[in-house]
Design a protein around this ligand. Structure first.
Ligand SMILES: NC(=O)C1=CN([C@@H]2O[C@H](COP(=O)(O)OP(=O)(O)OC[C@H]3O[C@@H](n4cnc5c(N)ncnc54)[C@H](O)[C@@H]3O)[C@@H](O)[C@H]2O)[C@@H](O)CC1
Ligand SMILES: Nc1ncnc2c1ncn2[C@@H]1O[C@H](COP(=O)(O)OP(=O)(O)O)[C@@H](O)[C@H]1O
Ligand SMILES: [K+]
Length: 490
């Protein structure tokens, strides 16, 4: 498909650096020289004109490799169409790769000067400094140009990747300072890169566009998928409360009952047939707001018939309940203090693997710190490679893992991970993770397989936050009551 804005409701294969280079090599070998770069330049120019049709100056910042070559080709096309361009080049002209050298030469022949500096004023900045080949954080003039774009008000269009962003991980090591008001766009070329959708990727890329340059990438396996919108769960008219499964939430130690109640409330609203709450605080106050929740002593719950959501607000009070839940639960979601208890006791690791061998589904929902504890590392190491961390956890525990945060990663053993595109910083507030755990529980209880239940819940959890009306106060409590957006009534 040609140039288009990426439709985030559709699943999308994501190819990292090595896969993208393999696809490029195969395609370039079958095409006349310079074809891919010329197609890339035309696509960038078309998008630039659509984004800033009345620009009086389009700044095209070109770097030392083929990403800069894409910038040269875009400048040529814009110049040919009579658009005012100012091209900067920071690199060694003698060491440009062949495609980029050819484009640079034709640009000079067309009478377009190459400066080292940015223009004094511009209405659109095209970032063609670094793409897949960024091997170290930008510095010197490249960093100065990026900071200028980042702090400004003119829209920024990144070619292939925001320069310096790691295509595989979304890691970005340079310090750009506070962002200005500029709208951001990124045109991913040939393949869509996973790093655009997790860690620092979302903030730096902004709106993601894609042009496959006429090449079909399907012969090379993707490194991940972007989750598409899951089909809403249908509820036939001829249903009863037993049709959608029973969820039990175990958690809520003294002072933290709210977390368990949030998970239970969201499980209820997300469509579970019945929701039990096994609070660890014995004398919890009566539940004022959700009368449909059924309070039970945690030790009395028939775990082998329940989808158990274990750990929300549990503190250190789970005791034997955790090994029992791992051993018995029909389906299991481990969150928060359930994960911390797991991290602290290697016998539970074995128990979780033994559980996997029985075929009963399990989903772990760590945030990056919880994931770090489980992996015996620190949060920055997890964030440096979110896909890798989620995959390692899924393989180690033989179950589905949701690594939460910007671009939540859903990984299952021996399968390609998914990155979730929904959600926003509204969710960065206390209790939203408890709500997610309840939603995963409801999805599992409805009979979805673990990976699909996790993807379904994470997608709709984020979608509710994305669709939140401007001006309406947002809280985890409100979110829990909107958790049923992914349901349709027949
Ligand atoms: N491989 C593909 O998929 C295609 C590539 N194209 C473009 O080519 C790009 C990849 O080109 P390259 O492999 O030449 O890589 P880049 O253009 O990203 O740059 C690599 C060059 O930058 C230098 N470099 C790396 N980090 C630096 C830093 N921090 N400061 C200064 N210099 C640094 C490297 O030593 C190398 O000389 C893609 O991102 C895309 O824009 C397109 O033309 C078409 C298809
Ligand atoms: N910037 C963001 N973009 C998308 N999702 C986010 C963002 N910030 C937080 N979230 C989501 O919000 C939830 C927060 O969960 P968690 O960190 O466990 O919080 P808590 O323990 O307070 O409930 C996760 O689902 C996470 O993915
Ligand atoms: K770039």
């Amino acid at each position: 498909m040609g140039l288009h804005r990426l439709d985030l409701t559709l699943p999308q294969p994501l190819h990292g650096t090595a896969a993208s280079r393999a696809i490029e090599r195969a395609a370039a070998g079958a095409l006349p020289s310079h074809t891919l770069m010329r197609r890339a330049g035309v696509a960038v120019a078309r998008l630039a004109m659509a984004l800033a049709p009345h620009a009086r100056c389009i700044w095209i910042a070109c770097g030392p490799g083929n990403n800069g070559g894409d910038g040269f080709e875009a400048a040529l096309e814009l110049h040919r169409l009579g658009r005012p361009v100012a091209v900067s080049f920071n690199g060694d002209a003698a060491r440009l790769p062949p495609d980029a050298a050819d484009a640079g030469q034709r640009l000079r022949q067309a009478g377009v000067p190459l400066a080292a500096q940015a223009p004094a004023q511009f209405d659109l900045a095209i970032d063609a400094l670094l793409g897949l080949g960024a091997t170290r954080p930008p510095e010197g003039p490249l960093l100065a140009h990026l900071r200028r774009m980042h702090a400004g008000t003119a829209p920024v269009l990144s070619v292939d990747l925001p320069s310096g962003l790691d295509a595989d991980t979304g890691q970005f090591a340079a310090e750009l300072g506070a962002a200005g008001a500029a709208a951001r766009h990124c045109l991913s070329l040939l393949t869509v890169k996973p790093g655009l959708f997790t860690a620092k990727g979302r903030d730096l890329a902004g709106e993601v566009w894609f042009d496959d340059l006429g090449i079909d990438p399907s012969s090379t396996p993707p490194d991940a998928f972007l989750s598409g919108r899951p089909a809403p769960a249908a509820r036939p008219h001829d249903s009863h409360k037993g049709s959608f499964g029973d969820v039990a939430v175990i958690g809520g130690a003294p002072g933290m009952t709210g977390a368990a109640l949030l998970a239970a409330t969201s499980a209820l609203h997300a469509g579970a047939g019945r929701v039990f709450v096994g609070l660890l605080e014995a004398d919890a106050p009566a539940l004022a707001s959700e009368y449909a929740l059924m309070l039970r002593a945690p030790g009395t719950l028939p775990l082998d018939r329940l989808t158990v959501v274990c750990g929300c607000g549990a503190g250190t009070a789970l005791g034997d309940l955790l090994p029992t839940a791992i051993d018995q639960a029909a389906a299991l979601v481990l969150d928060a203090d359930g994960l911390n208890a797991l991290a602290a006791d290697r016998r539970l690791h074995d128990a979780l693997r033994a559980r996997a061998a029985t075929g009963r589904p399990t989903v772990l929902t760590p945030h990056p710190l919880e994931a770090a504890r489980l992996l015996g590392t620190d949060t920055p190491a997890v964030q440096d490679d979110r896909l890798g961390a989620a995959r390692r956890l899924a393989d180690a525990f033989r179950c589905t893992v949701v690594l939460k945060g910007s671009g939540s990663v859903i990984a299952s053993p021996d399968s390609t991970p998914r990155i979730n595109p929904t959600g926003n910083a509204r969710l960065a507030t206390g209790g939203t993770g408890d709500v997610l755990a309840g939603m995963v529980g409801a999805a599992l209880a409805s009979g979805l397989a673990a990976a699909d239940a996790a993807a379904h819940a994470v997608w709709w959890h984020g979608a509710v936050a994305d669709g939140w009306p401007a001006g309406r106060p947002f809280s985890a409590t409100q979110l829990a009551r909107e958790a049923g957006r992914g349901l349709v009534q027949r």
